[in-house]
Write a protein that binds this ligand. Structure first.
Ligand code: SRM
Ligand code: SF4
Length: 580
């Protein structure tokens, strides 16, 4: 029998010109709620990989098949199988871990992965370099500390992000509670993850399985939610499919302004794909937020494109339907109407590094973790700190780490450990606002380096900024190894997007507060050309900016983007609403 959700999805496919559902729809439909033949594939010793269809299904369990791309050519020459490895991504709503959970992650990275922990732009941890035989032990090691990887990837609601301001105790508690409630409500109900990875027995003749929210074929594509606490826009509210922006009144959260339709991914040379900044559509009370999230999810479930995965994100659904029609359809699914938006002001997307104290006397320290990679001494130091069992470890959407809720009497010891392990590293204005995606050698989609390259490029740019007296200016710079946008580069004041080995497209003019997309400034530039392109812009900023004017705003006001690439079609890959 086809459930109501699945029937609605088929109706949408018919409505959309009778185009056949994509291959992934068939895989999901036939997967017995995400089981496929994953369990069988894990026991096949002849290959380090798993079956093609299962590679799509493991994503719903937070697991990707990858290969070490540094070894690809050599292994190809020797006619060997690729060096298959897996990446596993945890589900950590709001990025909050207990010290014991952090210790479990650290241990799994060392014993079952490549020894590093990778903080991500959605506030979780990825493990890389896991051999097939190590997958179950890794997941079980996490599960022992109440951690999981369910729905960290795949066509479902992904890790729910929330602003990291633990020093604003009540407000932070409220936004993280909402993020947690949404995460739980939208979690797939399938027990497949527990059976495959933890060994849970299926109850013979038990209740028939169902996915009351998603249906058998889940979402058309990934879906992302963030909860922001102004003025901090660390979760990049305009880049999420759905965002809740807290509206505070007399120190309490009165409700949330709602943003829909943000998204970053695009494909070079395919202008019908584009990054899009979300639209503010109204205000809802805290008690209605989870129902609203479900309504937006089911709108996208029923109206998203299930034929063409490149058009399957909510941003395209909204542009296809029209925002007004979308919001009207949403209204029909809500018991309580959206109110007019209250309005909010964001100040920045970055993290405030260093120590802060809250009104209860607890201390919090935000650590700069370059590109989120925890390795070597930093890894040992964090393990040492976690083993003291105090406070919470909170991952930020900028790939940094906050050690929160440290009692005053532990302060000096923690500070000493940070110093001893080099975790108290200071960074200039550009570096502390730099974010790079993983890219090579693990990401199968990377066209160019990112995490392994951005730090050295920043060093070159820092010397330019220093000579102009701009070394401490907060300027956001984000790099990705391909146009998928995992570091949200189109929301950055400076964005670099990989095109081919060593070459990037340079974007400028994103808003410092994350409310405006950047524009293409130069195409196919290498490191030298990037520095050469930015040098005069930095110089103009140093002399011509207005007081407190951010770099991104200056670039737009001064017309620098348009002036320097006159004649170039810099609207390519911009949402229709932004083309003029
Ligand atoms: Fe991403 C695919 C890494 C955040 C847009 N992303 C991938 C994969 C899994 C490659 C793949 O499909 O084979 C990358 C794994 C690399 C590796 O070796 O680890 C990958 N994405 C990441 C992370 C780790 C980047 C990082 O350095 O922190 C982030 C993990 C987030 C998490 O914990 O859940 C990450 N990815 C994002 C974001 C930012 C965000 O969510 O706020 C985006 C842009 C926002 C958006 O979704 O529009 C993003 N990733 C993509 C896309 C493009 C989706 C699209 O709509 O076109 C892909 C490709 C795809 O899905 O086909 C992708
Ligand atoms: Fe890979 Fe591209 Fe995402 Fe970077 S932006 S991690 S290269 S998919």
């Amino acid at each position: 029998m086809v459930c109501a959700a699945t029937a609605a999805i088929y109706a949408t496919c018919i409505e959309m010109n009778d185009r056949p559902p994509s291959a992934n729809e068939r895989i999901k439909e036939n997967s017995r709620f995400l089981r496929g033949t994953i369990a069988e594939g894990l026991t096949v010793p002849q290959t380090g990989a798993i079956a093609d269809d299962d590679q799509q299904l493991t994503k719903f369990h937070g697991i990707y098949l990858q290969d070490d791309r540094d070894l690809r050519a050599e292994r190809g020459r020797q006619r060997m199988e690729k060096a298959f490895i897996f990446m596993a991504r945890m589900r950590v709503p709001s990025g909050i871990l207990t010290p014991a959970q952090y210790l479990a992650a650290d241990r799994m990275a060392r014993e079952r992965g490549n020894g590093t922990l990778r903080l991500t732009t959605r506030q979780t941890i990825q493990f890389h370099g896991i051999l097939k035989s190590n997958l179950r032990p890794l997941i079980q090691g996490l599960h022992a500390e109440m951690l999981d990887t369910i729905a960290a990837c795949g066509d479902v609601n992904r890790n729910v992000c929330a602003s990291v301001d633990p020093w604003r105790r009540a407000s932070h508690a409220a936004v993280t509670k909402l993020a947690g409630d949404i995460a739980t409500h939208l979690l797939p109900r399938s027990r497949a993850w527990h059976e495959i990875w933890i060994g849970e027995e299926r109850v013979a003749g038990g209740v028939e399985e169902d996915e009351p929210i998603y249906g058998r074929t889940y979402m058309p594509r990934k879906f992302k939610i963030g909860v922001a606490l102004p003025p901090h826009n660390d979760v990049d509210a305009f880049a999420q499919d759905l965002s809740f922006v807290a509206i505070e009144k007399r120190g309490k959260i009165a409700g949330y302004d709602v943003i829909v339709g943000g998204g970053m991914g695009m494909t070079h040379g395919e202008p019908e794909t584009y990054p899009r900044a979300g639209n503010v559509i109204g205000f809802c009370k805290p008690e209605h937020a989870v129902a609203l999230a479900e309504a937006v999810v089911t709108m996208q479930r029923d109206h998203g494109d299930r034929s063409n995965r490149k058009q399957a994100r909510l941003k395209y659904t909204i542009d296809r339907m029209g925002l007004e029609t979308f919001v009207a359809g949403l209204g029909q699914r809500l018991a309580v109407k959206l109110q007019p938006a209250k309005g909010f002001v964001f100040a920045s997307t970055g993290d405030r590094l260093g120590w802060a104290e809250d009104e209860t006397g607890l201390h919090h320290v935000t650590l700069f973790i370059e590109n989120g990679r925890i390795a070597d001494r930093a890894r040992d130091g964090l393990r040492e700190i976690a083993s003291r069992g105090v406070g919470r470890f909170i991952i930020t959407a900028n790939q940094n780490l906050v050690l929160a809720d440290i009692p005053a009497k532990q302060n000096s010891k923690i500070a000493a450990l940070l110093k001893e392990y080099g975790l108290d590293r200071q960074a200039g204005g550009l570096r502390r606002n730099a974010v790079a995606c993983v890219a090579l050698p693990t990401c199968g989609l990377a066209l160019a380096e990112s995490e392994r390259y951005l730090p050295s490029l920043v060093t070159r740019l820092e010397s330019e900024l220093e000579s102009l007296g701009l070394a401490d200016e907060d300027i956001t710079i984000r790099m990705t190894g391909c146009p998928n946008g995992c570091a949200r580069p189109y929301m950055s004041e400076i964005g670099l997007v990989g095109r081919s080995p060593g070459l990037y497209n340079l974007y400028l003019g994103g808003a410092h507060d994350g409310s405006r997309l950047s524009k293409l400034h130069a195409r196919d530039v290498d490191g030298d050309a990037i520095v050469a392109a930015l040098r005069p812009v930095f110089a103009a900023y140093a002399t011509d900016r207005k007081p407190n004017e951010s770099f991104g705003d200056f670039v737009i006001r001064a017309g620098i983007v348009a002036r320097t690439i006159a004649g170039l079609d810099f609207h390519e890959n911009l949402a229709p609403a932004l083309r003029n």
